[in-house]
Design a protein around this ligand. Structure first.
Ligand SMILES: Nc1ncnc2c1ncn2[C@@H]1O[C@H](COP(=O)(O)OP(=O)(O)O)[C@@H](O)[C@H]1O
Ligand SMILES: [Mg+2]
Length: 454
Protein backbone atom coordinates (compact mmCIF):
# COMPACT_ATOMS: atom_id res chain seq x y z
CA UNK A 1 0.00 0.00 0.00
CA UNK A 2 2.76 2.40 1.00
CA UNK A 3 4.65 1.61 -2.18
CA UNK A 4 1.54 2.19 -4.26
CA UNK A 5 0.90 5.56 -2.61
CA UNK A 6 4.54 6.59 -3.03
CA UNK A 7 4.42 5.50 -6.67
CA UNK A 8 1.34 7.56 -7.41
CA UNK A 9 2.64 10.60 -5.54
CA UNK A 10 6.04 10.54 -7.21
CA UNK A 11 4.54 9.93 -10.66
CA UNK A 12 2.09 12.76 -10.19
CA UNK A 13 4.61 15.28 -9.00
CA UNK A 14 7.09 14.45 -11.76
CA UNK A 15 4.36 14.75 -14.38
CA UNK A 16 3.19 18.09 -13.00
CA UNK A 17 6.73 19.41 -12.82
CA UNK A 18 7.46 18.50 -16.42
CA UNK A 19 4.23 19.93 -17.71
CA UNK A 20 4.34 23.11 -15.71
CA UNK A 21 7.86 23.65 -16.96
CA UNK A 22 6.72 23.16 -20.54
CA UNK A 23 3.78 25.48 -20.06
CA UNK A 24 5.91 28.26 -18.64
CA UNK A 25 8.46 27.74 -21.35
CA UNK A 26 5.97 27.95 -24.25
CA UNK A 27 4.02 30.81 -22.72
CA UNK A 28 7.27 32.73 -22.48
CA UNK A 29 8.17 31.95 -26.08
CA UNK A 30 4.69 32.91 -27.23
CA UNK A 31 4.98 36.18 -25.36
CA UNK A 32 8.30 36.96 -26.99
CA UNK A 33 6.75 36.18 -30.36
CA UNK A 34 3.75 38.36 -29.60
CA UNK A 35 6.07 41.30 -28.91
CA UNK A 36 7.94 40.63 -32.14
CA UNK A 37 4.80 40.30 -34.23
CA UNK A 38 3.62 43.71 -33.11
CA UNK A 39 6.42 45.27 -35.15
CA UNK A 40 4.73 44.13 -38.35
CA UNK A 41 1.57 46.06 -37.64
CA UNK A 42 0.87 49.04 -39.84
CA UNK A 43 0.42 52.10 -37.74
CA UNK A 44 -2.10 53.60 -40.16
CA UNK A 45 -4.74 50.91 -40.55
CA UNK A 46 -3.76 48.91 -37.55
CA UNK A 47 -3.45 45.73 -39.47
CA UNK A 48 -0.70 43.19 -39.94
CA UNK A 49 1.62 43.78 -42.83
CA UNK A 50 1.67 40.30 -44.33
CA UNK A 51 5.07 40.69 -45.95
CA UNK A 52 6.78 41.94 -42.84
CA UNK A 53 5.05 39.31 -40.79
CA UNK A 54 6.24 36.50 -43.05
CA UNK A 55 9.80 37.80 -43.01
CA UNK A 56 9.87 38.13 -39.29
CA UNK A 57 8.36 34.72 -38.68
CA UNK A 58 10.75 32.97 -41.09
CA UNK A 59 13.57 34.21 -38.90
CA UNK A 60 12.17 32.95 -35.61
CA UNK A 61 9.64 30.18 -36.16
CA UNK A 62 12.27 27.48 -36.64
CA UNK A 63 13.59 28.31 -33.16
CA UNK A 64 10.37 27.04 -31.70
CA UNK A 65 9.96 23.35 -31.41
CA UNK A 66 6.36 23.29 -32.59
CA UNK A 67 3.84 24.71 -34.97
CA UNK A 68 3.37 28.47 -34.80
CA UNK A 69 0.22 30.21 -36.04
CA UNK A 70 -0.57 33.87 -36.05
CA UNK A 71 -4.29 34.51 -35.96
CA UNK A 72 -5.89 37.87 -36.67
CA UNK A 73 -8.81 39.29 -34.77
CA UNK A 74 -11.21 37.55 -37.21
CA UNK A 75 -9.71 34.20 -36.16
CA UNK A 76 -8.09 33.83 -39.58
CA UNK A 77 -4.67 32.22 -39.75
CA UNK A 78 -2.40 34.83 -41.31
CA UNK A 79 0.73 32.87 -40.70
CA UNK A 80 1.38 29.13 -40.33
CA UNK A 81 4.89 27.79 -39.84
CA UNK A 82 3.73 24.61 -41.57
CA UNK A 83 2.31 26.66 -44.45
CA UNK A 84 -0.78 24.55 -44.44
CA UNK A 85 -3.86 26.31 -43.21
CA UNK A 86 -3.27 29.88 -44.37
CA UNK A 87 -6.29 32.13 -44.43
CA UNK A 88 -8.46 29.55 -42.79
CA UNK A 89 -10.60 30.39 -39.82
CA UNK A 90 -9.31 28.64 -36.73
CA UNK A 91 -11.57 28.07 -33.80
CA UNK A 92 -10.12 26.83 -30.56
CA UNK A 93 -11.08 27.55 -27.03
CA UNK A 94 -7.63 29.03 -26.39
CA UNK A 95 -7.89 31.48 -29.31
CA UNK A 96 -11.31 32.63 -28.08
CA UNK A 97 -9.94 33.31 -24.64
CA UNK A 98 -6.79 34.98 -25.94
CA UNK A 99 -8.76 37.40 -28.08
CA UNK A 100 -10.31 38.45 -24.80
CA UNK A 101 -6.85 39.17 -23.40
CA UNK A 102 -5.84 35.96 -21.69
CA UNK A 103 -2.58 34.01 -21.96
CA UNK A 104 -3.53 30.37 -21.81
CA UNK A 105 -2.12 26.85 -22.18
CA UNK A 106 -4.01 23.52 -22.29
CA UNK A 107 -3.15 19.92 -22.97
CA UNK A 108 -5.23 17.62 -25.20
CA UNK A 109 -4.91 14.06 -26.11
CA UNK A 110 -5.44 14.11 -29.86
CA UNK A 111 -6.21 10.92 -31.67
CA UNK A 112 -3.68 11.46 -34.47
CA UNK A 113 -0.95 13.34 -32.64
CA UNK A 114 -1.11 12.13 -29.07
CA UNK A 115 -0.54 14.51 -26.15
CA UNK A 116 -0.48 18.05 -27.49
CA UNK A 117 -0.25 21.44 -25.80
CA UNK A 118 -2.05 24.48 -27.16
CA UNK A 119 -0.61 27.82 -26.11
CA UNK A 120 -2.29 31.11 -26.98
CA UNK A 121 -1.04 34.63 -26.17
CA UNK A 122 -2.77 37.84 -27.36
CA UNK A 123 -1.01 40.40 -29.58
CA UNK A 124 -1.81 43.78 -28.04
CA UNK A 125 -1.54 46.99 -30.01
CA UNK A 126 -2.09 49.87 -27.61
CA UNK A 127 -5.53 49.26 -26.15
CA UNK A 128 -6.62 46.70 -28.75
CA UNK A 129 -6.03 43.03 -29.36
CA UNK A 130 -5.15 42.58 -33.00
CA UNK A 131 -4.45 38.89 -32.98
CA UNK A 132 -3.16 35.80 -31.25
CA UNK A 133 0.12 33.91 -31.25
CA UNK A 134 -0.87 30.27 -31.19
CA UNK A 135 1.64 27.50 -30.61
CA UNK A 136 0.82 23.83 -30.83
CA UNK A 137 3.49 21.42 -29.51
CA UNK A 138 3.58 17.73 -29.19
CA UNK A 139 4.14 16.55 -25.60
CA UNK A 140 4.80 13.01 -26.71
CA UNK A 141 8.49 13.19 -25.75
CA UNK A 142 7.51 14.53 -22.33
CA UNK A 143 5.13 11.67 -21.77
CA UNK A 144 7.72 9.21 -22.99
CA UNK A 145 10.15 10.54 -20.35
CA UNK A 146 7.45 10.48 -17.69
CA UNK A 147 6.52 6.95 -18.66
CA UNK A 148 10.13 5.92 -18.48
CA UNK A 149 10.21 7.23 -14.90
CA UNK A 150 6.92 5.50 -14.22
CA UNK A 151 8.26 2.19 -15.47
CA UNK A 152 11.42 2.61 -13.46
CA UNK A 153 9.38 3.33 -10.34
CA UNK A 154 7.24 0.30 -11.01
CA UNK A 155 10.32 -1.87 -11.48
CA UNK A 156 11.90 -0.59 -8.25
CA UNK A 157 8.62 -1.21 -6.43
CA UNK A 158 8.40 -4.78 -7.64
CA UNK A 159 12.01 -5.47 -6.68
CA UNK A 160 11.45 -3.88 -3.25
CA UNK A 161 8.28 -5.88 -2.79
CA UNK A 162 10.09 -9.10 -3.64
CA UNK A 163 12.93 -8.23 -1.31
CA UNK A 164 10.52 -7.39 1.52
CA UNK A 165 8.66 -10.64 0.93
CA UNK A 166 11.84 -12.70 1.00
CA UNK A 167 13.16 -10.93 4.10
CA UNK A 168 9.80 -11.21 5.88
CA UNK A 169 9.59 -14.91 5.10
CA UNK A 170 13.12 -15.34 6.38
CA UNK A 171 12.38 -13.53 9.64
CA UNK A 172 9.04 -15.21 10.05
CA UNK A 173 10.92 -18.47 9.81
CA UNK A 174 13.63 -17.32 12.22
CA UNK A 175 10.90 -16.44 14.74
CA UNK A 176 8.54 -19.31 14.13
CA UNK A 177 11.19 -22.03 14.09
CA UNK A 178 12.11 -21.71 17.79
CA UNK A 179 8.44 -21.28 18.67
CA UNK A 180 7.73 -24.55 16.92
CA UNK A 181 10.53 -26.24 18.88
CA UNK A 182 9.06 -24.86 22.12
CA UNK A 183 5.55 -25.93 21.15
CA UNK A 184 6.77 -29.45 20.40
CA UNK A 185 8.58 -29.58 23.72
CA UNK A 186 5.47 -28.36 25.55
CA UNK A 187 3.35 -30.97 23.86
CA UNK A 188 5.79 -33.63 25.03
CA UNK A 189 5.58 -32.20 28.55
CA UNK A 190 1.79 -32.36 28.33
CA UNK A 191 2.10 -36.01 27.32
CA UNK A 192 4.12 -36.67 30.44
CA UNK A 193 7.75 -36.40 29.32
CA UNK A 194 8.67 -34.11 32.15
CA UNK A 195 12.39 -33.65 31.75
CA UNK A 196 12.19 -32.26 28.21
CA UNK A 197 14.67 -29.44 27.54
CA UNK A 198 15.11 -26.99 24.68
CA UNK A 199 18.55 -25.74 23.73
CA UNK A 200 18.23 -22.16 22.57
CA UNK A 201 20.77 -19.46 23.10
CA UNK A 202 20.44 -15.72 23.02
CA UNK A 203 19.10 -13.15 25.36
CA UNK A 204 16.06 -12.23 23.32
CA UNK A 205 12.47 -13.02 24.26
CA UNK A 206 12.68 -16.49 22.74
CA UNK A 207 15.85 -17.21 24.70
CA UNK A 208 14.15 -16.06 27.90
CA UNK A 209 11.09 -18.12 27.07
CA UNK A 210 13.16 -21.25 26.54
CA UNK A 211 15.04 -20.70 29.79
CA UNK A 212 11.73 -20.26 31.60
CA UNK A 213 10.49 -23.43 29.91
CA UNK A 214 13.61 -25.37 30.95
CA UNK A 215 13.23 -24.10 34.49
CA UNK A 216 9.59 -25.16 34.54
CA UNK A 217 10.54 -28.54 33.10
CA UNK A 218 13.17 -29.16 35.76
CA UNK A 219 10.78 -28.03 38.45
CA UNK A 220 8.02 -30.29 37.13
CA UNK A 221 10.23 -33.35 37.05
CA UNK A 222 11.45 -32.49 40.54
CA UNK A 223 7.87 -32.27 41.79
CA UNK A 224 7.05 -35.50 40.01
CA UNK A 225 10.01 -37.20 41.68
CA UNK A 226 8.87 -35.86 45.06
CA UNK A 227 5.41 -37.21 44.38
CA UNK A 228 6.74 -40.68 43.50
CA UNK A 229 9.02 -40.70 46.53
CA UNK A 230 6.12 -39.61 48.68
CA UNK A 231 3.83 -42.34 47.40
CA UNK A 232 6.61 -44.89 47.81
CA UNK A 233 7.30 -43.69 51.35
CA UNK A 234 3.64 -43.66 52.32
CA UNK A 235 3.14 -47.16 50.96
CA UNK A 236 6.22 -48.36 52.78
CA UNK A 237 5.16 -46.75 56.05
CA UNK A 238 1.69 -48.24 55.81
CA UNK A 239 3.03 -51.58 54.73
CA UNK A 240 5.26 -52.09 57.77
CA UNK A 241 2.56 -52.10 60.47
CA UNK A 242 0.25 -54.03 58.14
CA UNK A 243 2.89 -56.75 57.72
CA UNK A 244 3.29 -56.94 61.50
CA UNK A 245 -0.46 -57.27 61.97
CA UNK A 246 -0.62 -59.92 59.26
CA UNK A 247 2.27 -61.83 60.82
CA UNK A 248 0.78 -61.70 64.30
CA UNK A 249 -2.63 -62.78 63.11
CA UNK A 250 -1.25 -65.61 60.97
CA UNK A 251 0.83 -67.05 63.75
CA UNK A 252 -2.27 -67.13 65.93
CA UNK A 253 -4.25 -68.89 63.20
CA UNK A 254 -1.49 -71.45 62.53
CA UNK A 255 -1.26 -72.62 66.13
CA UNK A 256 -4.07 -74.89 67.17
CA UNK A 257 -3.86 -74.55 70.91
CA UNK A 258 -2.99 -71.09 72.09
CA UNK A 259 -3.13 -69.88 75.64
CA UNK A 260 -5.39 -66.96 76.36
CA UNK A 261 -2.36 -65.02 77.65
CA UNK A 262 -0.63 -65.32 74.24
CA UNK A 263 -3.80 -64.20 72.47
CA UNK A 264 -3.92 -61.17 74.70
CA UNK A 265 -0.26 -60.39 74.11
CA UNK A 266 -0.61 -60.68 70.32
CA UNK A 267 -3.79 -58.65 70.30
CA UNK A 268 -2.09 -55.91 72.30
CA UNK A 269 0.68 -55.87 69.68
CA UNK A 270 -1.86 -55.83 66.87
CA UNK A 271 -3.67 -53.00 68.60
CA UNK A 272 -0.55 -50.92 68.91
CA UNK A 273 0.28 -51.48 65.23
CA UNK A 274 -3.22 -50.29 64.39
CA UNK A 275 -2.60 -47.20 66.52
CA UNK A 276 0.55 -46.59 64.53
CA UNK A 277 -1.36 -46.90 61.25
CA UNK A 278 -3.89 -44.45 62.59
CA UNK A 279 -1.19 -42.05 63.63
CA UNK A 280 0.45 -42.16 60.18
CA UNK A 281 -2.85 -41.63 58.40
CA UNK A 282 -3.75 -38.73 60.70
CA UNK A 283 -0.41 -37.08 59.97
CA UNK A 284 -0.88 -37.60 56.23
CA UNK A 285 -4.35 -36.11 56.28
CA UNK A 286 -3.00 -33.25 58.33
CA UNK A 287 -0.32 -32.61 55.77
CA UNK A 288 -2.77 -32.64 52.87
CA UNK A 289 -4.92 -30.15 54.80
CA UNK A 290 -1.92 -27.90 55.29
CA UNK A 291 -1.14 -28.03 51.57
CA UNK A 292 -4.66 -26.95 50.76
CA UNK A 293 -5.01 -24.37 53.53
CA UNK A 294 -1.87 -22.53 52.57
CA UNK A 295 -3.53 -19.18 52.25
CA UNK A 296 -6.19 -19.84 54.81
CA UNK A 297 -4.40 -19.33 58.10
CA UNK A 298 -6.69 -18.09 60.82
CA UNK A 299 -4.57 -15.31 62.36
CA UNK A 300 -5.37 -14.27 65.93
CA UNK A 301 -3.51 -12.17 68.46
CA UNK A 302 -2.10 -14.91 70.68
CA UNK A 303 0.02 -15.25 73.82
CA UNK A 304 2.86 -17.56 72.77
CA UNK A 305 3.60 -18.24 76.44
CA UNK A 306 0.10 -19.51 76.94
CA UNK A 307 0.36 -21.99 74.06
CA UNK A 308 3.65 -23.38 75.42
CA UNK A 309 2.18 -23.73 78.91
CA UNK A 310 -0.79 -25.67 77.56
CA UNK A 311 1.50 -28.03 75.63
CA UNK A 312 3.68 -28.66 78.68
CA UNK A 313 0.63 -29.38 80.80
CA UNK A 314 -0.70 -31.89 78.34
CA UNK A 315 2.63 -33.63 77.88
CA UNK A 316 3.54 -33.69 81.58
CA UNK A 317 2.21 -37.21 82.29
CA UNK A 318 4.42 -38.58 79.51
CA UNK A 319 7.47 -36.70 80.85
CA UNK A 320 6.72 -37.74 84.43
CA UNK A 321 6.65 -41.33 83.27
CA UNK A 322 10.25 -40.97 82.09
CA UNK A 323 11.20 -38.79 85.03
CA UNK A 324 11.93 -35.90 82.69
CA UNK A 325 11.70 -32.35 84.07
CA UNK A 326 10.33 -29.60 81.85
CA UNK A 327 11.24 -25.98 82.60
CA UNK A 328 9.85 -22.84 80.98
CA UNK A 329 12.05 -19.75 80.99
CA UNK A 330 10.10 -16.64 80.22
CA UNK A 331 10.66 -13.00 81.06
CA UNK A 332 7.72 -11.40 79.38
CA UNK A 333 4.43 -12.26 77.78
CA UNK A 334 4.74 -12.20 74.03
CA UNK A 335 1.70 -11.60 71.89
CA UNK A 336 1.80 -12.13 68.16
CA UNK A 337 -0.59 -12.84 65.33
CA UNK A 338 -0.59 -16.56 64.52
CA UNK A 339 -2.96 -19.38 63.73
CA UNK A 340 -3.34 -20.65 67.30
CA UNK A 341 -4.22 -24.25 66.50
CA UNK A 342 -1.50 -24.68 63.92
CA UNK A 343 1.25 -23.20 66.10
CA UNK A 344 0.09 -25.38 68.97
CA UNK A 345 0.49 -28.40 66.72
CA UNK A 346 3.92 -27.32 65.43
CA UNK A 347 5.32 -26.70 68.92
CA UNK A 348 3.68 -29.83 70.26
CA UNK A 349 5.51 -31.96 67.67
CA UNK A 350 8.83 -30.46 68.73
CA UNK A 351 8.29 -30.68 72.48
CA UNK A 352 6.90 -34.18 72.12
CA UNK A 353 10.04 -35.18 70.18
CA UNK A 354 12.17 -33.74 72.96
CA UNK A 355 10.43 -35.99 75.47
CA UNK A 356 10.48 -38.95 73.09
CA UNK A 357 14.16 -38.76 72.25
CA UNK A 358 15.41 -38.02 75.76
CA UNK A 359 16.32 -40.83 78.14
CA UNK A 360 14.84 -41.19 81.59
CA UNK A 361 15.90 -38.56 84.07
CA UNK A 362 16.66 -35.97 81.42
CA UNK A 363 15.68 -32.35 81.30
CA UNK A 364 13.91 -30.12 78.80
CA UNK A 365 14.23 -26.33 78.91
CA UNK A 366 11.99 -24.04 76.91
CA UNK A 367 13.01 -20.40 76.41
CA UNK A 368 10.52 -17.84 75.23
CA UNK A 369 11.99 -14.48 74.31
CA UNK A 370 11.73 -11.54 72.01
CA UNK A 371 14.42 -10.92 69.43
CA UNK A 372 13.85 -7.81 67.36
CA UNK A 373 10.56 -8.31 65.59
CA UNK A 374 10.56 -12.05 66.23
CA UNK A 375 9.13 -14.19 68.99
CA UNK A 376 11.74 -16.89 69.59
CA UNK A 377 11.00 -20.25 71.19
CA UNK A 378 13.99 -22.50 72.00
CA UNK A 379 13.38 -26.11 73.00
CA UNK A 380 16.51 -27.68 74.50
CA UNK A 381 16.75 -31.31 75.61
CA UNK A 382 19.44 -33.50 77.09
CA UNK A 383 18.53 -36.37 74.77
CA UNK A 384 20.15 -38.60 72.17
CA UNK A 385 21.05 -35.75 69.86
CA UNK A 386 21.06 -35.98 66.10
CA UNK A 387 24.13 -37.00 64.12
CA UNK A 388 25.69 -34.30 61.96
CA UNK A 389 24.97 -36.09 58.68
CA UNK A 390 21.25 -36.35 59.49
CA UNK A 391 20.73 -32.70 60.35
CA UNK A 392 20.01 -31.55 56.77
CA UNK A 393 17.22 -34.14 56.36
CA UNK A 394 15.52 -33.85 59.71
CA UNK A 395 12.60 -31.80 58.32
CA UNK A 396 11.96 -34.04 55.31
CA UNK A 397 8.86 -36.15 55.15
CA UNK A 398 9.30 -39.65 56.63
CA UNK A 399 12.90 -39.02 57.58
CA UNK A 400 13.99 -40.67 60.80
CA UNK A 401 17.51 -40.90 62.13
CA UNK A 402 17.22 -44.42 63.36
CA UNK A 403 14.18 -46.24 62.04
CA UNK A 404 14.69 -49.24 64.33
CA UNK A 405 14.84 -47.13 67.46
CA UNK A 406 12.04 -44.86 66.30
CA UNK A 407 9.85 -47.87 65.74
CA UNK A 408 9.82 -48.53 69.45
CA UNK A 409 9.00 -44.92 70.22
CA UNK A 410 6.31 -44.76 67.56
CA UNK A 411 5.89 -41.93 65.12
CA UNK A 412 5.94 -41.67 61.37
CA UNK A 413 8.74 -39.25 60.58
CA UNK A 414 6.18 -36.67 59.53
CA UNK A 415 6.06 -34.56 62.70
CA UNK A 416 9.00 -32.24 62.01
CA UNK A 417 8.00 -31.85 58.37
CA UNK A 418 4.56 -30.72 59.45
CA UNK A 419 6.04 -28.30 62.04
CA UNK A 420 8.38 -26.91 59.39
CA UNK A 421 5.50 -26.41 56.98
CA UNK A 422 3.36 -24.60 59.55
CA UNK A 423 6.17 -22.30 60.65
CA UNK A 424 7.13 -21.50 57.05
CA UNK A 425 3.49 -20.62 56.34
CA UNK A 426 3.78 -18.09 59.16
CA UNK A 427 6.88 -16.72 57.46
CA UNK A 428 8.93 -17.86 60.39
CA UNK A 429 11.94 -20.15 60.55
CA UNK A 430 12.98 -23.31 62.36
CA UNK A 431 16.57 -24.41 63.00
CA UNK A 432 18.20 -27.16 64.93
CA UNK A 433 21.49 -27.44 66.80
CA UNK A 434 22.46 -30.82 68.11
CA UNK A 435 25.31 -32.84 69.58
CA UNK A 436 25.18 -36.59 69.67
CA UNK A 437 24.51 -37.96 73.17
CA UNK A 438 24.45 -34.45 74.64
CA UNK A 439 21.19 -33.02 73.37
CA UNK A 440 19.39 -30.94 70.78
CA UNK A 441 18.01 -27.44 70.60
CA UNK A 442 15.22 -26.49 68.23
CA UNK A 443 14.97 -22.75 67.60
CA UNK A 444 11.68 -21.42 66.24
CA UNK A 445 11.31 -17.80 65.14
CA UNK A 446 7.91 -16.30 64.42
CA UNK A 447 7.52 -12.79 63.03
CA UNK A 448 6.01 -10.31 65.44
CA UNK A 449 5.22 -7.87 62.68
CA UNK A 450 1.50 -7.72 62.05
CA UNK A 451 1.98 -6.08 58.68
CA UNK A 452 3.78 -9.13 57.48
CA UNK A 453 0.70 -11.20 58.14
CA UNK A 454 -1.92 -9.19 56.33
N1 LIG B 1 14.67 -33.72 70.07
C1 LIG B 1 15.20 -34.66 69.28
N2 LIG B 1 16.30 -35.37 69.67
C2 LIG B 1 16.82 -36.29 68.87
N3 LIG B 1 16.35 -36.66 67.69
C3 LIG B 1 15.26 -36.01 67.23
C4 LIG B 1 14.63 -34.99 68.01
N4 LIG B 1 13.57 -34.54 67.31
C5 LIG B 1 13.55 -35.24 66.15
N5 LIG B 1 14.54 -36.12 66.10
C6 LIG B 1 14.86 -37.05 65.01
O1 LIG B 1 14.21 -36.57 63.86
C7 LIG B 1 13.37 -37.57 63.31
C8 LIG B 1 12.16 -36.95 62.68
O2 LIG B 1 11.30 -36.41 63.63
P1 LIG B 1 9.79 -36.39 63.38
O3 LIG B 1 9.59 -35.80 62.06
O4 LIG B 1 9.10 -35.74 64.52
O5 LIG B 1 9.42 -37.91 63.25
P2 LIG B 1 9.06 -38.98 64.38
O6 LIG B 1 9.11 -38.27 65.68
O7 LIG B 1 7.67 -39.39 64.02
O8 LIG B 1 10.05 -40.05 64.20
C9 LIG B 1 13.07 -38.46 64.46
O9 LIG B 1 12.79 -39.76 64.02
C10 LIG B 1 14.34 -38.42 65.25
O10 LIG B 1 15.26 -39.33 64.75
MG1 LIG C 1 7.89 -36.59 66.12
Amino acid sequence: MALLIINIAVYDSIKNNYIVEKEVNYLTQANILSNRVRLSIDEANREFNQLQLNQMMEEVSHLINGRVLIIDDDKNAIYDSFNDIMNTAINTFEIDRSLKGESIANIYNLTNYGATMYVAVPVNYFDRILGVVFISVSLEDVFISINRVKNLLFFISIVTLLLITVISLFFANVISHPIKILTDAMQKTAQGKLNERVEMEGNDEIGQLSRAYNFMSTKLSHIEKQRRDFVANVSHELKTPLSSIKLLAESLIMQSKVEVGIYREFLIDINSEIDRLNEIIDSLLNMVDLDEEKLNLNYELTHINHIVERIVTSIKPLADNKDIRILINQWEKIQIYVDKGKIYQALMNIIHNAVKYTDNGGRITIHIEREGKFAVIKVRDTGHGIPMESLPFIFERFYRVDSARSRKTGGSGLGLSISHQIITLHQGSIEVESQLNIGSTFIIKLPNDINQQF
